[in-house]
Design a protein around this ligand. Sequence first.
Ligand code: AMP
Length: 536
Amino acid sequence: MSTPLTITEIMRFSDRLYRETEIISITADEGVHRSTYGAVFKRANQVAHVLDHLGVEPGNRVATLAWNDHRHLELYYGVSCSGAVLHTINPRLFPEQLAYIMNHANDQIVFFDPMFLPLVEGLADKLSSVNSYVVLTSKGKMPESSSLTLLCYEDLIAQNTSSYPWPVLEETTASALCYTSGTTGNPKGVLFDHRSTVLHAYGCCMANVLGLSHNDVVMPVVPMFHANAWGTPYSCPVAGSKIVLPGPKMADGETLHALIENEGVTIALGVPTVWQALLAYLKETGKTIDTLNRTLVGGSACPISIMEEFEKQHGVYTYHGWGMTEMSPLGTVNRLIPGMEKLEESDRNEVRAKQGRTPFGVDMKIVDADGKDLPHDGVTFGDLKVRGWWVADSYFGEDDNRETHDEAGWFSTGDVATIDQQGFLNITDRTKDVIKSGGEWISSIELENLAVAHPHVAEAAVIGINDKKWGERPHLVVVSPEGVTPDEDSILGSFKGKVADWWIPDSMSLVDSIPHTATGKISKATLRKQFTSTFE
Ligand code: AMP
């Protein structure tokens, strides 16, 4: 039968089979909140009525500025299943960028956590299309605003029935929108549709990917405003997994530990810095995480030192993954293939540090500067291109995709990588961060991963510094753990024998903190600016 692949079907399925399965949230306004799929979907019906009352038409964009919790999940379903588009916004962007994307998206309504009121008030007079401001809280906790008329989410929900006549949607109906920094210029919108979302949810659940089931308790420590919390709001109900949502407490080791222990989390997903915070907390307190059996780490390269600490100290297996907002975001996951478990530890670690292989549904290749295919030999570097069922075919509102997509539809990721004979991807750099020394590429990611294994290094970044003879040379920037005075010779010496001699950074700077972008990645552009003058 050719029935459409829609998010509404995910909701119906899970409401039928997993009504009692729990959804636990840390809310921004009232601490821990316990709910179920049944309750969340009931309220999604009420959300759809609210949207009708507020005049939302099919295809209209409805914005959220919110952390991971049950209310945000209700909006995920209430908005998309009613035929409107959920525009999840990253509150860490600069106000000018926020105004730009909200106007570009033509957002009609914004639903936001109470803590974002000052941000929203500051933006309001720059917003050209927003006509309703809804605070995600209950009446007793409503903040006051001297400049905006605020609506109360819980009040609106309570005024509507929990049965909504969901429209029959084409599977190509747009469902959600998320802006990413893209490779150049203003942020770019990535528009997901129901079909790509359902296929991505299937892909994520597969045994060789996350292997999700109804025995799992999943904790996405990646924001629902960044690449849809890696698709977990859709893959968990497909698998029937209990969900644990940490709200605004993403990088708080104590909260993450308490959630894991109290809720029996079996799999957690997040960027390396989140896990560094959790591991540091566990080390400091001697506490354990007994139920957790695996983590998916991505968003930035995961150093092998994190994988080893998880495994050796806590019995938690780490899967390294890679993806992009433009890929919904799943691109690859590193699952060792049969036989690899028997490799010597150092060889196995070499494989595990790679970003892994594509699931069925995504294809990838590397090309040279002329767009010619390069061999998958694990050595040759090239520009990484992808295509597949959940990869965007253009940016929102841009008719011409020739800058990012070639004639055969392959999307240029902006990453430089190798692919080995078995299909394992190894990301070397972002194209714009590549260091070229004497005409040859040096991988800043590989150097950073080696640097953080040194006990004097808490965080590391490697940037290219202009050099008269070589064009560029790598420079290491380091943050040391509190109370540690780093020994430069020891740190720079630790690269010896692990990479070619000419890759080893010539110099090192110690800083108090390394700048990050709104999506938590190291801002190499800021660092380059900061250090260029030092070396002129
Ligand atoms: P975003 O769309 O914000 O999620 O950013 C996507 C980009 O993050 C990718 O194109 C990569 O440059 C980077 N990225 C994601 N995962 C990894 C990883 N495991 N290792 C290295 N870089 C990664």
